[in-house]
Design a protein around this ligand. Structure first.
Ligand code: GLY
Length: 574
C-alpha cells in the first residue's frame, strides 16, 4: 500500500448514503501502481466491477499489454470466482464493445431454452404455475452461454493469449480470496438453501458462519477453469465439465443434454443506437429489452425541461415515471428473442411513435396502468446479475452485464465442477400475464420454445459525445436495470453530476405493473412523497435499487469512475 488519500464527505438529502467525494488508495502489484477508490480519476485505463479482486485483475491485464477485451475476459473469469451471487460460468451475458476507431458491436451469449423445453413446462394439469419450478430447481436452468461468450469476444478482439487472461481467475479460485462483510452476510443467508439443494458440500458452506476476512478457496472451480484454459470452449461444453453438468441434471429434474451444450453458440448482433440531446446511445438489442427501452425512455422525455425542473423534483420524477409506465407495457407485449419473433424495433424507437405514446401525459396527474396497454404499431429476484465497465489506454471500451438471474442462480452447484447453475428460464413468460421473480409480466413474444433465448433487461451501454467515447454504463437489478441506467445517464447529462455522484445518487423505479413507484428508503422526503401521492402515485419503499458501475471520459481524455457504494463495487485504474 503506498498511499491513502481521503478528502471530504458530503451528505445530500436526496442521496442514499454518505458519499465519499474522493477515497483513493494505491497498491503496488508486480512493480505497477494500481489505484482504487470512489471518485477515482486516472489517465491510462480503468475497470469498475462488483468486487475489488476482479477490478484489480482487469487493470493488471491492461498494464501487461492487454486491451479492454483482454481485461474483460480476465474480469469475467475472476467474477465467476469472487462474486458467486452473479459472476458465473453457469449463466450468460450480453456485452457492447466500442473499438478506439468507433466501430461498435454487440455480443449475445444469453442462455437458451434446452431443446426439450416446452411452452407449458412450468404449469400443472390445470394450467396453473407450479411455484418454484422455474426458479429453484434443476429445471430452472437455461443452457449456459458465458464461456462461449468470453471465448468469442476474446477470439475476435483480444491481444493476449487466452491462457494469460484466464490464469488470474484460476489462481484466485485455487489460492482463495478474502471475503467482504457483505459477501459473508449474503453467504450466511444462503446457507440453508445451499444445503437443501445440493447433495454435496459446496465451497460456499462451512460449519461456522462466514465473517469478513475469511478466505474462500474453490479447488473444483479451479479445475474447471483449467480445463477451459487448456481446451477452450471444449473444456466446458464437452468432456469432463459437460459430463458433470449432465450428471447434475440427471440427479433431479434437469433437462439440459450433451446436445444442448455442444450446440451452444454466442451470436454477434447489431447494437441498438439512438440519440439524446446530441449524445449517441449505443446499447444491447433483443433478446434484451434494455437497449430499446433506454432509447424509448430518453426519447419520451427529451423535449421536457428536466434539468430546469431539477434532480428528484416532483415534476421530473412524475415525467420519468410516466415514460417508464409506457415503456414497460411495450416491453411486455413486443419483446422477445429476435430469432423467434418479429420485433418492431425501429418502430418502437421512432420519434413519432414515442411522441404519440406521451400524447396523453398529464403533468399534474399520474396515469393508471390499467388504462395503459402496449402502443399500437402500424403493420421482467432477489435482483442479482452483475455489470462491469472497462476502458483501455487507446479508448477501447467494453460494457458487460452477466447473470445467473436470481442471486446464486438456482443455488445448485455442479458437483465436481464447482460452479453455480442459472435459473434464467424464469425470465421467459412461463404463463402469459403471470409475473416472474421481478414482477414483470410477459406475453407470447417471450413464451418458452426449444432453443429460444429468454427476454432480458440487461442494458450494457456506451455513450458517445461528438463522435468520441463519453460513458460506459450498466447495472444489475432485474427489471430495475433499465431504470437504474436511465437515471444514471440523466444524472450526468441533465443534472451535471460527476460520475461517482451520479452512481451513488438515490434511485426510484416504475415498471407499469405493479402500478407503484418503488424508491430506495429515505431517498424521497415526506414533502416529495406527499406531492407525488397527490398526483395519484403510490410510493413503495424498498431496499437498494441497482448497482451501477460506470466510467466517464473527461474533457482532458482522463477517465472518471463511478463504483456503486451499495455493494463491494470498486473502481481501479492506472
Ligand atoms: N436475469 C435478469 C435479466 O436478464 O434481465
Amino acid at each position: 500500500m503506498c498511499l491513502i488519500m481521503k478528502s471530504g464527505i458530503i451528505r445530500l438529502s436526496a442521496l442514499l448514503i454518505a458519499l465519499p467525494l474522493f477515497y483513493y488508495s494505491c497498491t503496488i502489484i508486480d512493480n505497477n501502481v494500481v489505484e482504487t477508490g470512489y471518485g477515482l480519476k486516472v489517465q491510462n485505463g480503468m475497470v469498475v466491477s462488483a468486487y475489488p479482486d476482479a477490478s484489480i485483475i482487469g487493470v493488471k491485464i491492461l498494464q501487461n499489454g492487454g486491451n479492454a477485451v483482454d481485461a474483460t475476459a480476465a474480469i469475467h473469469f475472476a467474477l465467476a470466482v469472487c462474486n458467486p451471487a452473479a459472476g458465473n460460468l453457469g449463466g450468460g451475458g450480453l456485452l457492447v464493445v466500442r473499438e478506439s476507431d468507433g466501430n461498435i458491436a454487440a455480443l449475445d451469449y444469453r442462455e437458451k431454452a434446452p431443446l426439450v423445453a416446452a411452452r407449458d413446462m412450468y404449469l400443472d394439469d390445470k394450467g396453473e404455475v407450479i411455484p418454484g419450478l422455474s426458479t429453484s430447481t434443476h429445471l430452472a436452468s437455461g443452457v449456459p452461454g458465458t464461456v462461449a461468450g468470453i471465448a468469442e469476444v476474446h477470439n475476435k478482439y483480444g491481444n493476449l493469449s487466452f491462457k494469460e487472461v484466464i490464469q488470474p481467475g484460476i489462481d484466485l479460485a485455487r489460492q482463495g480470496f478474502i471475503v467482504s462483510d457483505k459477501l459473508a452476510r449474503s453467504l450466511n443467508k444462503m446457507k440453508d438453501r445451499f444445503i437443501e439443494r445440493n447433495s454435496h458440500i459446496t465451497a460456499f458452506v462451512k460449519d461456522e458462519s462466514w465473517v469478513e476476512g475469511d478466505t474462500i478457496r474453490q479447488p473444483e472451480l479451479a479445475e474447471t477453469l483449467e480445463l477451459i484454459r487448456d481446451y477452450g470452449m471444449d473444456g466446458f461444453y464437452r468432456g469432463r465439465t459437460a459430463d458433470l453438468i449432465i450428471k447434475e441434471m440427471e440427479r433431479v429434474n434437469g433437462i439440459i443434454t450433451h446436445g444442448d451444450l455442444e450446440n451452444y453458440k454466442a451470436v454477434w448482433r447489431d447494437p441498438i443506437t439512438g440519440s439524446y440531446k446530441g449524445y449517441r446511445i449505443i446499447s444491447m438489442p433483443p433478446p434484451s429489452s434494455g437497449g430499446v427501452a433506454i432509447i424509448q425512455l430518453l426519447g419520451m422525455i427529451e423535449n421536457y425541461p428536466v434539468s430546469e425542473w431539477g434532480f428528484h423534483s416532483d415534476k421530473s420524477i412524475h415525467l420519468m415515471t410516466e415514460a417508464e409506465r409506457r415503456v414497460y407495457a411495450d416491453r411486455a407485449e413486443y419483446l422477445g428473442d429476435p430469432d423467434f419473433v418479429k420485433i418492431p424495433v425501429e418502430e418502437l424507437m421512432g420519434i413519432d411513435y414515442l411522441a404519440g405514446r406521451m400524447s396523453d401525459f398529464n403533468p399534474d396527474q399520474s396515469g393508471d396502468s390499467r388504462d395503459i396497454s402496449a402502443g399500437s404499431i402500424p403493420g421482467y429476484e432477489s435482483e442479482e446479475t452483475t455489470h462491469f465497465s472497462v476502458v483501455d489506454g487507446d479508448g477501447m471500451a467494453v460494457s458487460v452485464t452477466t447473470t445467473l438471474n436470481g442471486a446464486y442462480g438456482n443455488g445448485i452447484v455442479v458437483e465436481g465442477a464447482g460452479f453455480l447453475l442459472n435459473n434464467e428460464m424464469d425470465d421467459f413468460s412461463v404463463k402469459p400475464g403471470y409475473p416472474n421473480i421481478y414482477g414483470l409480466i410477459g406475453g407470447e413474444a417471450n413464451s418458452i420454445q426449444p432453443d429460444k433465448r429468454m427476454l432480458s433487461s440487461m442494458t450494457p451501454t456506451i455513450i458517445e459525445e461528438n463522435g468520441e467515447l463519453f460513458m460506459i454504463v450498466g447495472s444489475p437489478g432485474g427489471s430495475t436495470i433499465i431504470t437504474s441506467v436511465f437515471q444514471t445517464i440523466l444524472n450526468v447529462i441533465e443534472f451535471n453530476m460527476d460520475m461517482q455522484t451520479a452512481v451513488s445518487a438515490g434511485r426510484f423505479h416504475h415498471q407499469w405493473l405493479p402500478d407503484q413507484i418503488s424508491v430506495e428508503s429515505d431517498v424521497f422526503d415526506t414533502l416529495l412523497v406527499q406531492k407525488l401521492e397527490k398526483m395519484g402515485h403510490t410510493i413503495a419503499k424498498r431496499p437498494s435499487i441497482g448497482r451501477v458501475d460506470a466510467i466517464r471520459v473527461l474533457s482532458d481524455g482522463s477517465y472518471e469512475g463511478g463504483a456503486d457504494p451499495r455493494g463491494d463495487d470498486t473502481a481501479a485504474g492506472y
